[in-house]
Ligand binder design. Structure first.
Ligand code: KG4
Ligand code: ZN
Length: 369
């Protein structure tokens, strides 16, 4: 066992890239034991679901105003819950991007002001890197470094804004193999939910209803056989739209307008189940192809859509069949949270990243992985 000569780290992490205002305090027990572990001391998420459900989606200006209102109480509660004081914290991590710029700015500027006032250094984090490391939060593998026997690893990030397949060659080194050419996987779930008149956010609703239905409709599996590692979900969503429209034939114009909401619950459940099956088939097929091509030893899954039970179990089963390790975050680390931002910061710091002064940190809505 290698002893690690790094000092313990206590980090405050802030996340505000979309519609959750979140903060967390994590510690990494650098020196105290031979098997240092990452611990979450506190984690607070203030969701804006109620606010945005009226509009059927996130309105950036409304989201930013809610972040402004929530950020101070959220950070204060996080510090109180941890039973530490601000003086016990070494670094401030913050999501720098990608995301909605009005939302990002609130978290980034708040974190910078706190860093300026307290003289602490900062660790800007790519939100997608937060998702990427989220499966390794509470595992014994949080030893430094992650065992080399897990690499190469194929990592699938599926969220509301992204669908990215990456090849992790080591804990630190990864590269993007492919991504969606149109809608993200989560976006497709949300749009299908809207077509069916289900409440926002749609992903969990579609997934809940899918449990009650049968995958009896043969929706397309776009790009399932393409040689690259890109995805496309717009065509699948359109196929669902046409199917719903066709179901509405024979209705009056007014009824047609209302047709999604008028479909029987069992018909909606079958649509959800069939759509979900098509999306899962494509995600699993592409991930499996990458796994074989790069002779991967493990698959990891993250992002909001990783909360989907059907996707999780399909990938877990694939791993069992292929004799690979499978990693996915706990459900509370699947959708947006600050714990994963703190975790990514700890991974970066223990990998040698030098924290920066507050004036080097800038929100970037288009930050790439
Ligand atoms: O990672 P996340 O919280 O935010 C982004 O970074 O985008 O992902 C949110 C996405 C939404 O599209 C939401 O509908 C989807 O994750 N989602 C799900 C489920 N839970 C959340 N999609 C399918 N099944 C679920 N159970
Ligand atoms: Zn996210």
């Amino acid at each position: 066992m290698t002893m690690i000569d790094k000092k313990p780290i206590t980090i405050l992490a802030i996340e505000s890239s979309c519609d959750e205002t979140a903060a967390a305090i994590l510690s990494w027990d650098g020196e105290k034991t031979g098997l240092p572990k990452t611990k979450t001391l506190s984690s607070v998420i203030r969701s804006q679901i109620k606010l945005h459900s009226k509009m059927g989606g996130v309105v950036p200006e409304v989201a930013a105003r809610a972040h402004v209102k929530n950020i101070l109480p959220v950070v204060q509660k996080t510090i109180n819950d941890s039973r530490l004081t601000i003086n016990d914290i070494n670094y401030i991590a913050v999501t720098a991007g990608p995301g909605l710029i009005p939302s990002l700015i609130v978290g980034v500027e708040f974190a910078k002001a706190l860093a300026l006032a307290t003289g602490k250094k900062m660790v800007p984090i790519n939100h997608l890197e937060g998702h990427l490391y989220s499966p390794f939060g509470q595992l014994p593998t949080t030893h430094h470094p992650l065992p080399t026997s897990l690499f190469p690893m194929i990592s699938l990030i599926v969220s509301g804004g992204h669908t990215i397949l990456t090849l992790m060659e080591s804990e630190k080194k990864y590269r993007v193999l492919g991504q969606t050419v149109d809608d993200a996987a989560g976006e497709a779930f949300d749009k299908v939910a809207k077509l069916l008149g289900l409440p926002y956010p749609g992903g969990p609703e579609v997934s809940r209803l899918a449990e009650k239905g049968r995958p009896s409709i043969d929706f397309p599996r776009p790009m399932i056989n393409s040689k690259d590692f890109n995805f496309s979900f717009a065509g699948l969503k359109t196929a669902v739209l046409y199917y719903i429209r066709a179901k509405g034939q024979g209705l009056s114009a007014k009824e047609k307008q209302l047709s999604p909401i008028r479909l029987a619950l069992s018909a909606k459940a079958d649509i959800c189940s069939s759509f979900q099956q098509a999306a899962v088939d494509v995600l699993v097929a592409k991930t499996t192809r990458a796994t074989k091509k790069f002779k991967a030893k493990a698959i990891s899954l993250s992002g909001g859509v990783s909360a989907n039970a059907s996707l999780r179990s399909a990938l877990r089963k694939k791993c069992a069949d292929l004799g690979l390790r499978f990693f996915a975050p706990s459900l509370k680390l699947s959708t947006d949270n600050a714990e994963m931002i703190g975790l990514a910061a700890i991974f970066k710091l223990r990998g040698g990243y030098k924290p920066v002064k507050f004036n080097k940190v800038k929100a970037d809505p288009n930050l790439q992985l």
